[in-house]
Design a binder for this molecule. Sequence first.
Ligand SMILES: *[C@@H]1O[C@H](CO)[C@@H](O)[C@H](O)[C@H]1NC(C)=O
Ligand SMILES: *[C@@H]1O[C@H](CO)[C@@H](O)[C@H](O)[C@H]1NC(C)=O
Ligand SMILES: *[C@@H]1O[C@H](CO)[C@@H](O)[C@H](O)[C@H]1NC(C)=O
Ligand SMILES: *[C@@H]1O[C@H](CO)[C@@H](O)[C@H](O)[C@H]1NC(C)=O
Length: 433
Amino acid sequence: MLSAGNIGVRNCVMSVIALWLLICILGTSPAFAQYYAWPESCSRKGGPDCQKLAKQNAKGPVLSVLEYGAKGDGKTDDSQAFLKAWTAACKDGTTIVIPQGSSFLVAPTNFTGPCSSKITLQITGEVLAPPDPSVWGELSTATWLLFSSVDSFTILGGGTIDGQGQSWWSKSCKRNRKNTCTKAPTALTLENCNDAVVQDLNFRNAQQMHLHFNFCNRVTASGITITAPGTSPNTDGIHVSNSTSVVIESCTIGTGDDCVSLSSGTSGLQIKNVTCGPGHGLSIGSLGKAGANDHVSDVLVDGATLVGTKNGLRIKTWQGGQGSVTNIQYQNVKMSNVDHPILINQYYCDSQIPCLNQTSAVKVSDVSYKNIQGTSSIAVAVEFACSDTVPCTGITLDNVDIQHGTSTRTKSFCESAKGTAVGTVTPTSCLQS
Ligand SMILES: *[C@@H]1O[C@H](CO)[C@@H](O)[C@H](O)[C@H]1NC(C)=O
Ligand SMILES: *[C@@H]1O[C@H](CO)[C@@H](O)[C@H](O)[C@H]1NC(C)=O
Ligand SMILES: *[C@@H]1O[C@H](CO)[C@@H](O)[C@H](O)[C@H]1NC(C)=O
Ligand SMILES: *[C@@H]1O[C@H](CO)[C@@H](O)[C@H](O)[C@H]1NC(C)=O
């Protein structure tokens, strides 16, 4: 049962559909189409049209970063031009175009609202990060492009956001234990936003995470492609924290870390038609680190394909945490050659110092796995390693069939895991009733 969260998301999706229908109907009227350069049609017609529109409408409903002095040669720092364009668009509530055929080098920048009304960022070209980490200087290394306190904000256009993260990766303590562990930037962060849409965009080689929603409500991310090498450290695809009513749909993500990761304060999230690999799969957590009181609830994963990932469907919590993970539904998931297809790990310890067992734990309850098929690369395909003091409860396995890639039979592992198996379940369930 997804209850209130689900209904909220559904209403949100329905109003978005209604709005687009209205726009489509109005958009077919020539006078209307002429006046309002709809970002959708501009993106479909391709770059030159967008640039022409941008020129025609320098002070109109669409403005181009070129009008604000951006060079787009991939070498000149275009941050100030981007900020000027942002200030103008934010004041009037218009569309900013980042035109096709050009690469814009943009330093770490904060784009801040609130804006007067709806604002759209149409990226048809390429946005490049400075490859040299020293450019961050005294600035926080948590973010590269940060959009905060903007409501009704849309980013689209089919272009690319490239973090050029290679130098950050070689500095990572995950690569070399002698390096000090520091935070590398998230490529694109949306913070404190209501009604955000990120669609039809490509992300490449982020310094750390690619796309992060933090403290956002009613968010849709769709048609997003994210690529980074499987060996790049901590390069999560999409990360969601402190957010409600989030839909992630029709995305293809292959990176060196989680495909989609959900952390504390997230409820009412749907993931549909997502393809992952390489990487660490679909993750909830880690939660409860250093005694944190973390909550994640009402998550539906419906339709996912995981290929060659380290984990499939994973929930991870640290010993000694508090809070809850509840009402998580995984259904219609296909896996191929996944190391740990189904995993709840309450002994998560991503630390150079071993973690001791403790009595408190994040409570995991009501997690269902339905129609999950595929292959695992190791024998233990289903693993529920739950806290001895706070057991996992209400786990359901329904029509699960995971075979070993080779002839070995797959196995289940249970520690303090309670629930039921329904229908055909391979490997045989070890849940306690
Ligand atoms: C952006 O804002 C954050 C605080 O929210 C700050 O730490 C960071 O240094 C700012 N970055 C820039 C480029 O101003
Ligand atoms: C989410 O909110 C909690 C509580 O306010 C905070 O401790 C945590 O740092 C937030 N997460 C992020 C990624 O900002
Ligand atoms: C599923 O997502 C892919 C992109 O990852 C897209 O090409 C395809 O059209 C989507 N399928 C459906 C049914 O939405
Ligand atoms: C923690 O508890 C688990 C489950 O009872 C046990 O397998 C593991 O050995 C314990 N670890 C330590 C460090 O005591």
